[in-house]
Design a protein around this ligand. Structure first.
Ligand SMILES: *[C@@H]1O[C@H](CO)[C@@H](O)[C@H](O)[C@H]1NC(C)=O
Ligand SMILES: *[C@@H]1O[C@H](CO)[C@@H](O)[C@H](O)[C@H]1NC(C)=O
Ligand SMILES: *[C@@H]1O[C@H](CO)[C@@H](O)[C@H](O)[C@H]1NC(C)=O
Ligand SMILES: *[C@@H]1O[C@H](CO)[C@@H](O)[C@H](O)[C@H]1NC(C)=O
Length: 405
C-alpha cells in the first residue's frame, strides 16, 4: 500500500524537476555559429554576431547570445537596444580584432553596448591586439583615434562578470551615462609602456560597483571622471599602471561633480600612483565630495596618496590659474606599505578652492631609503595615527602620531 501511494508522488516530483530543467533551457539561445560565425580566428564573424544580437534583442522572452569555444575575428560590434527583455551574453570563446589597427581604430569603439537595459555579460576573452597601434602612436605617425575595447553607453542594469580584456588600443572598459553597473572578476592586461590603455573608465554614471579585479596596464587601473556618483570599488589588484584615480577633472569649465566614492580592500603593486584625485589648474564648476579610500596596501608605489590640483601637462591652457574643482570630505584610512619616493602623502590643493575635511587615519607608509615625508598645501583637515610627518602650510590638525620612522 505504501508503495502504491509513493509511486505517483515520485512521478509528480520527477515531472516537476523535468519541467524546471526544461523551462530553464527554454530561454531562446542564439548561437553565433548558427549564423555563420567561425571559431577559426580567420573568418570575419562580425555579421553573424550582429545577427544573433538582433534576434536576441527582439525576443519577447529572455534570450541568450551564445559564443562557443573558439577564436572569432570581429570588427566593430555595436549592440544597440532597447531590447524587449533581459539579454544574457555568454562568451566561452575569445574575440580578436583584425591585425590592421585601422580596421577598428577609426570608430572609437570596438565592442559597444548602447541603450541596453538589463544585460548580463559572462566570461570570455577579448583581445584588441593593440601593439601595432601603440607603436604607430609612439612613432608619432598618422594613426587613427584608437578604439576602446568594450563599452557600455546609456545602459542600465548591467552585469559584466569574468571577462578578460587584453591589449586594448586605448581604454579597455568604459562606462558612460549608465546606471546600476556591476563589474566583477575582471582581468585586464596590457604592457606597462602601452599608452593610454586604462583599465576601466567611468563617466556620468551612477551606482557602479567594481569588485575582485586584477588590472595591470600602461595607464590608470581605474579612473572615475566627471559625473561619477555612488561608486564602490573593492578587492582590486592594481599594477603595473598609474593607480586608481578620480579625474582628471576640471578639463571643462562646466562639469558635473564626483561624489560618494569608496575604494577598499585593494592592493597596489609597483604603480606610479596609489589613490589619486587630479584636476586641471583652471576654472571649473566641478567638485569631489564624500570619498573614502580605506584598507589599502601599497607595495613600492610612486605616490601612494596624492591630491594634485595643479595638473597641467606641457603647461598649456592653464597658465598661472588655479583649479575651480572644490574637494571636500576625503578620508584616507588604514593604509600601509611602501613608497618608492620619499613623499608618501601629497596634498597639493587649489589656491582658490582649498581642500576641506581631509581626514588621514592610521597611515603607515615607509620609504626604503630613509624616512617618508609629505607635501601639503591649501589642505585643511585632521590626521591621527599617521607615521608620515605632516608638513602643512595650511591648517591641518595632527592628533596623535605613531612615532616617526
Ligand atoms: C553611496 O554609494 C553606495 C554604493 O556605492 C550606496 O549604497 C549608498 O546608498 C550611497 N550613499 C548615498 C548617500 O547616496
Ligand atoms: C605666469 O607667471 C609667470 C611667473 O610668475 C609670469 O612670468 C608669466 O607672465 C605669467 N603668465 C600669465 C599668463 O599670467
Ligand atoms: C616642510 O615644508 C617646508 C616649506 O614648504 C620645507 O622647506 C621643508 O623642507 C619641509 N619639511 C619636510 C620634512 O618635508
Ligand atoms: C609601520 O610599518 C613598519 C614596516 O612594516 C613597521 O616596522 C612599523 O612597526 C609600523 N609602525 C606602526 C606604528 O605600526
Amino acid at each position: 500500500m505504501a508503495n502504491n501511494t509513493s509511486f505517483p508522488c515520485a512521478i509528480i516530483l520527477v515531472s516537476i524537476v523535468v519541467f524546471l530543467i526544461n523551462s530553464s533551457n527554454a530561454m531562446p539561445s542564439f548561437n553565433v555559429q548558427k549564423y555563420g560565425a567561425r571559431g577559426d580566428g580567420k573568418t570575419d564573424s562580425t555579421e553573424p554576431f550582429l545577427t544573433a544580437w538582433s534576434l536576441a534583442c527582439g525576443s519577447e522572452a529572455q534570450a541568450m547570445v551564445y559564443i562557443p569555444h573558439g577564436t572569432y575575428l570581429v570588427r566593430n560590434l555595436v549592440f544597440s537596444g532597447p531590447c524587449k527583455n533581459i539579454i544574457t551574453f555568454k562568451i566561452d570563446g575569445k574575440l580578436v580584432a583584425p591585425k590592421n589597427y585601422w580596421s577598428i581604430g577609426n570608430s572609437g569603439y570596438w565592442i559597444l553596448f548602447a541603450k541596453v537595459n538589463r544585460i548580463l555579460v559572462y566570461g570570455g576573452t577579448i583581445d584588441a591586439k593593440g601593439a601595432g597601434y601603440w607603436s604607430c602612436r609612439k612613432k608619432g605617425g598618422h594613426c587613427p583615434q584608437g578604439a576602446r575595447s568594450i563599452s557600455f553607453s546609456w545602459c542600465n542594469n548591467v552585469l559584466l562578470s569574468g571577462l578578460t580584456s587584453l591589449n586594448s588600443q586605448n581604454i579597455h572598459v568604459t562606462v558612460h551615462h549608465s546606471s546600476n553597473v556591476r563589474i566583477q572578476n575582471i582581468r585586464i592586461r596590457a604592457p606597462t609602456r602601452s599608452p593610454n590603455t586604462d583599465g576601466i573608465i567611468v563617466q556620468s554614471s551612477s551606482g557602479v560597483t567594481i569588485s575582485r579585479g586584477v588590472i595591470g596596464t600602461g595607464d590608470d587601473c581605474i579612473a572615475l571622471n566627471q559625473g561619477s556618483v555612488n561608486i564602490w570599488i573593492e578587492r582590486v589588484h592594481c599594477g603595473p599602471g598609474h593607480g586608481i584615480s578620480i579625474g582628471s577633472l576640471g578639463d571643462h569649465a562646466d562639469e558635473e561633480g564626483v561624489k560618494n566614492v569608496t575604494v577598499t580592500n585593494s592592493v597596489f603593486t609597483k604603480t606610479r600612483n596609489g589613490v589619486r584625485i587630479k584636476s586641471w589648474a583652471r576654472p571649473s564648476s566641478g567638485f569631489v565630495r564624500n570619498v573614502e579610500f580605506r584598507n589599502l596596501v601599497m607595495r613600492n608605489v610612486g605616490n601612494p596618496l596624492i591630491i594634485d590640483q595643479n595638473y597641467c601637462p606641457s603647461g598649456k591652457g592653464c597658465p598661472n590659474q588655479s583649479s575651480g574643482v572644490k574637494i571636500s570630505g576625503v578620508t584616507f584610512a588604514n593604509i600601509k606599505g611602501t613608497s618608492r619616493t620619499p613623499i608618501a602623502v601629497k596634498l597639493d590643493c587649489s589656491g582658490s578652492h582649498h581642500c576641506t575635511g581631509i581626514r588621514l587615519k592610521n597611515i603607515n607608509l615607509t620609504y626604503m631609503k630613509g624616512s617618508t615625508t609629505s607635501f601639503c598645501k591649501n589642505a585643511h583637515g585632521r590626521a591621527s595615527r599617521v607615521v608620515v610627518p605632516m608638513n602643512c602650510s595650511s591648517k591641518f590638525e595632527c592628533d596623535e602620531a605613531f612615532g616617526q620612522n
